[in-house]
Each structure stands twice: as structure tokens, then as C-alpha cells.
Design a protein around this ligand. Structure first.
Ligand SMILES: NC(=O)c1ccc[n+]([C@@H]2O[C@H](COP(=O)([O-])OP(=O)(O)OC[C@H]3O[C@@H](n4cnc5c(N)ncnc54)[C@H](O)[C@@H]3O)[C@@H](O)[C@H]2O)c1
Length: 249
């Protein structure tokens, strides 16, 4: 198993890519602290799957845009497990609008969650990783942070910010044996897409770009995150790995 006995924190672990990553981590032997803004009852299904695999799981309700919430979640995980080995910054939101119509609230909320939220959890985990001289941080960005997307100046800026943050953090923590990497998914079929009225239109447009001609699934991203969290990726840091079926080449 890739992650035997490791303890991981995953933000946004209740659904989508975060939930698939939590399940994959458990399959590979890790215990999980699921951090999410949603109530704990919505995490029951994922927690049950993790426990069935014989791993420990705890839930910490947290708005990652709050520094105090993030500190409390890291403390909860540390109190429960005694040590943290992996942080997956995954929780993210979008509030799409063309720039000339975007409200200040739409801009601020996306930056607060997608960018500051990643700092908030990292800020409380980094001293632990530095002290123990090991740790893995994986940040979920997006191909739209690499190429920009119409109607998503706020989202694209936040995800581009995550890439700069990943590279700077890799330089700061490398000397302490800590790997910091990012994954950049293309279109992935999560509930956001499944429940969208424009699902078929969005898929049609993406299919013109996706060279592998399939829609990405949360598990496709989870597999890469698990690899980056493992010792198999011990010589990789500051990297941005696209998981997009060739959507952005
Ligand atoms: N789905 C895609 O096509 C796609 C593509 C590229 C990148 N991504 C990125 O992948 C990550 C996961 O996306 P997803 O599609 O699984 O999304 P999702 O909406 O299915 O899940 C996101 C999870 O984050 C939680 N969350 C939202 N705001 C939060 C906050 N302030 N504090 C704590 N938790 C919060 C939600 O409750 C939810 O459980 C995001 O960062 C997203 O930007 C997704």
C-alpha cells in the first residue's frame, strides 16, 4: 500500500474530487481527517466507506477561508492522530461572471476560499512538517489557472495564484524534506457538472479539446494525488501535474 499508516487532512472531502481522494487514500492505508464547510451528516457515506476499509476517520466542520477555523481543524486532526503526514488542499468554489459584471463579493469569495483557504490550512500544518522533517502537500488547482477561462477571471486568478504559492512553498519547505506539488484537473464529472442544466453543452465543448475523448472522473485525479502523497514521488516537488486527458496541451 502506498500510504500505509499515514495521517492525512483533506479539505472539501465530502464530495467530488475530495471524496474520491479520501476513499483512495483509505484504500492505500491512510487515516483521514475530512475538513468541509458542509455538516458532518453529509460526510457519513464517505466516512463509512473509510471505516469499512479499516482506517480511522474524523470530520472537522470548517470554512477554510477562516484562519481560526483552519487552525481548529488542524488541531482536531493532530489531537486525534498525534501526527499529520499529508495535507490535500482541495476545497474550491466558482462564482462565474464576465469581469465587467462581476460583483466585489463574487471576486472576494473565490479568492478567499480558493487561495487564502489554502494558505490558512498550510499555515498550521507547515510548522509541524518542518519540525518532523517530512510531509506532503498537494494543492488542487485547475488547467484554467494555467490558460485562463472566459467568465472566470476570479477563479482563474485564484488557481494561477495556487500555482505560484505551490512553487514558492516548495522552495521554503524543500530543505526540511517536505514535497509540495499541485494537480491541475481539466473537466471532471463531479456533482457540480452532473446537476448543471448545461451539462451536455459543457461536455460537448470540452470534448472538442480533450484529446483522449472521455470525461475525467474524480478517481482520475484521486489516483494522481495519492501518487504525489506517496514515497514513489519523493523526488518531485514544485510540480504542476495536469490531469485533463490532454484538454490543455
Ligand atoms: N470538477 C472539475 O471539473 C474541476 C476542474 C478543475 C479543478 N477543480 C478543482 O477541484 C477541487 C474540487 O472540485 P470538485 O469539482 O470536487 O468540487 P465540489 O463542489 O464537488 O466539492 C467541493 C467541496 O469543497 C467544499 N467546500 C466549498 N467551500 C468550502 C469552504 N469555504 N471551506 C471548506 N470546504 C468547502 C464543498 O462543501 C464540497 O464538499 C476544487 O478546488 C476545484 O476548483 C475541479
Amino acid at each position: 500500500m502506498l500510504l500505509e499508516g499515514k495521517n492525512a487532512i483533506i479539505s472539501g472531502g465530502v464530495q467530488g474530487i475530495g471524496a474520491a481522494t479520501a476513499v483512495e487514500f483509505a484504500r492505500e492505508g491512510a487515516n483521514l481527517c475530512i475538513v468541509d464547510i458542509k455538516p458532518e451528516n453529509e460526510a457519513k457515506d464517505i466516512e463509512e466507506q473509510i471505516r469499512k476499509m479499516g482506517r480511522k476517520t474524523i470530520f472537522s466542520k470548517c470554512d477554510i477561508s477562516s484562519f481560526a477555523d483552519a487552525e481548529r481543524s488542524v488541531k482536531t486532526a493532530l489531537d486525534e492522530f498525534g501526527r499529520i503526514d499529508i495535507l490535500v488542499n482541495n476545497a474550491g468554489i466558482s462564482r462565474d461572471q464576465v469581469c465587467w459584471k462581476m460583483t466585489e463579493e463574487q471576486w472576494d469569495r473565490v479568492i478567499e476560499v480558493n487561495l487564502k483557504g489554502y494558505f490558512n490550512l498550510t499555515r498550521h500544518v507547515a510548522p509541524l512538517f518542518k519540525e518532523q522533517k517530512s510531509g506532503k502537500i498537494i494543492n488542487v488547482t485547475s488547467i484554467n489557472g494555467l490558460r485562463g477561462k472566459f467568465g472566470q477571471t476570479n477563479y482563474s486568478a485564484s488557481k494561477a495564484g495556487v500555482i505560484g504559492y505551490t512553487k514558492a512553498l516548495a522552495k521554503e519547505l524543500g530543505a526540511f524534506g517536505v514535497n509540495v506539488n499541485a494537480v491541475a484537473p481539466g473537466l471532471i464529472e463531479t456533482s457540480m457538472l452532473r446537476e448543471s442544466d448545461s451539462r451536455d453543452k459543457i461536455i460537448d465543448m470540452a470534448m472538442n479539446e480533450i484529446v483522449l475523448k472521455r470525461v475525467g472522473q474524480p478517481e482520475d485525479v484521486a489516483n494522481v494525488i495519492a501518487f504525489l502523497a506517496s514515497e514513489k514521488a519523493k523526488h518531485i516537488t514544485g510540480e504542476v501535474m495536469k490531469v485533463d486527458g490532454g484538454q490543455y496541451i
